[in-house]
Each structure stands twice: as structure tokens, then as C-alpha cells.
Ligand binder design. Structure first.
Ligand SMILES: [Zn+2]
Length: 263
């Protein structure tokens, strides 16, 4: 199974590998494709080996999450900022925004160790939908993400945080909310976004931001949010890692709506 997984990763890497760092590897071949393939497998192995036990680490944890992407502008800039500060986030994708161009951005996020999650196909009020429509919304995104990354989505963010029982019955992922700063409103400045976010954060908080097209003030705000929380001792984790650190099982029967995961 693992061999198969590596084979799949290798095949994908051979096609789109533009970002895998080439390590100082004495087995490095002169053949360019072969050396990129080696680099990708090595970095994948390292990723597994360096898995951190965030519960044992004992530091306060926070999860950055981003809704409404992917796109080739804001999402790329968010990834640049995350990379600059050496942190990872979780992206909740809108299926209708996934296309040939944005797939590469999703792959980049995944390769950086970010988590790719589900925010429905059409970003509609799903509490007004039938069971079949609800299933189709989430399956579309999960299938697309699986095509890109090799794994489906683990968490769901309801559009407009509008939920009902039919949604819980037909979506087999935990629902995530989070603390926001009205960053969908262009009138809210980057400084206000940063300030409002930071003041709401405590150990185990999920931060809800938007990497929607043109939302550059949030990119700007991130450049304050991340270093400030790092200075306060916070460790940035994905939503999965936060669940794991809190011993909460990722269950298809979960009927919660998570914002703060207390210790
Ligand atoms: Zn949204």
C-alpha cells in the first residue's frame, strides 16, 4: 500500500514538480526527471518522520483556516506568507473555484503540509437543500481534492455557517466554524483584521479568514497575526493536528461545530 502511495506521489511529482527542494543527495542522477523524483520521495519520507506530537509539545495551539479559495492571486499570496513564517494552515475550498490553474495552487498548499478541506461546491445556503443536493455539494469537492492530492477532505465548513439536521446526517465530516474578523468586508482594514483576530485567540482556537479573490487586506493582516502569535508562544497547526492534540476523534457522526478546542 505504501509502495503504491509512493508510486502515485512519484508520478504526480514527475508532472508538476516545480517546488520540491533537491537535497544534497549523493545518489542524485544526472537525469533531471529521475533526480526530481528522488527528491520528492525523500521529502515525503521526511514529512512522515518529522511528525510532531503537539500534545506532548505543551505549547498553546492555534489553527489558521482560509475559506473561499482557491485562486491564483490571494491564495498564492497567503501561501507565500505562510512559507515566509514557516507555518501551515487549512484551506476550505469552494469546488467551483477549482480549475486547471488553481489545481496547481492546491497542490502547492498540500505539498507545504497545509490541509485541504471542504466548503461545498457552490457556496450556497445548504440548510435549504435536499439530502441529495447536500451530498452532491460535498462529494464534488472531496473527489476533486482527491484527484489533486491523493486524499479526500477531512473537515467541512458550512457556507455562512448555516446548518441543519439534514446537513449533519448527510455530511460525514466534522463541521468547523472559527473566530472571524469580518474579513469578507472590504471596509475592515488590515490592522483591524489583525487586532480583532489576535484578541480572540486562546489555546485551541480555530481562526477563520478568507483567501477569496482580491482579499489582499487579509494577506496584509496575516503578516501581523502570525508573528504576534508566534511571539506569544503559539504553535500553528492544521485542524487535524488540533483534533489529534485534543484527543478528539475525526468522526463521520460528529454533530459539533468547532471554534475553540479546549484542553
Ligand atoms: Zn465562505
Amino acid at each position: 500500500m505504501k509502495k503504491l502511495l509512493i508510486t502515485v506521489i512519484t508520478s504526480i511529482a514527475a508532472i508538476v514538480c516545480a517546488c520540491a527542494e533537491t537535497p544534497a543527495d549523493e545518489n542524485k542522477s544526472n537525469n533531471e526527471t529521475a533526480s526530481e523524483t528522488t527528491a520528492s520521495v525523500v521529502s515525503e519520507t521526511e514529512k512522515e518522520v518529522t511528525k510532531v506530537d503537539y500534545k506532548a509539545l505543551g505549547k498553546p495551539l492555534v489553527a489558521l483556516t482560509f475559506d473561499d479559495g482557491p485562486n491564483t492571486t490571494t491564495t498564492v499570496q497567503v501561501l507565500d506568507v505562510l512559507e515566509e513564517y514557516g507555518v501551515r494552515g487549512s484551506f476550505f475550498l469552494v469546488g467551483d473555484n477549482i480549475n486547471e490553474q488553481t489545481e496547481a495552487v492546491v497542490k502547492r498548499a498540500y505539498d507545504m503540509g497545509c490541509e485541504i478541506n471542504n466548503h461545498s461546491k457552490t457556496h450556497s445556503y445548504m440548510n435549504q437543500m435536499t439530502a441529495e443536493e447536500i451530498s452532491a455539494e460535498v462529494t464534488f469537492v472531496s473527489d476533486k481534492v482527491k484527484e489533486i492530492t491523493g486524499e479526500g477532505t477531512k473537515f467541512f465548513r458550512p457556507p455562512y455557517i448555516a446548518v441543519n439536521d439534514t446537513m449533519y446526517e448527510n455530511i460525514d465530516m466534522p463541521f468547523i466554524a472559527g473566530v472571524g474578523c469580518n474579513d469578507w468586508d472590504n471596509a475592515v482594514s488590515a490592522d483591524e483584521r489583525a487586532e480583532k483576530t489576535i484578541e480572540q485567540v486562546k489555546d485551541g482556537t480555530i481562526i477563520l479568514l478568507h483567501d477569496s479573490y482580491g482579499n489582499f487586506k487579509t494577506v496584509q493582516a496575516l503578516k501581523t497575526i502570525i508573528p504576534e502569535l508566534q511571539a506569544q508562544g503559539y504553535e500553528f497547526v492544521t485542524v487535524s493536528e488540533l483534533f489529534e492534540a485534543r484527543d478528539i476523534e475525526i468522526s463521520s457522526d460528529d454533530t459539533g461545530l468547532y471554534t475553540h478546542l479546549e484542553k
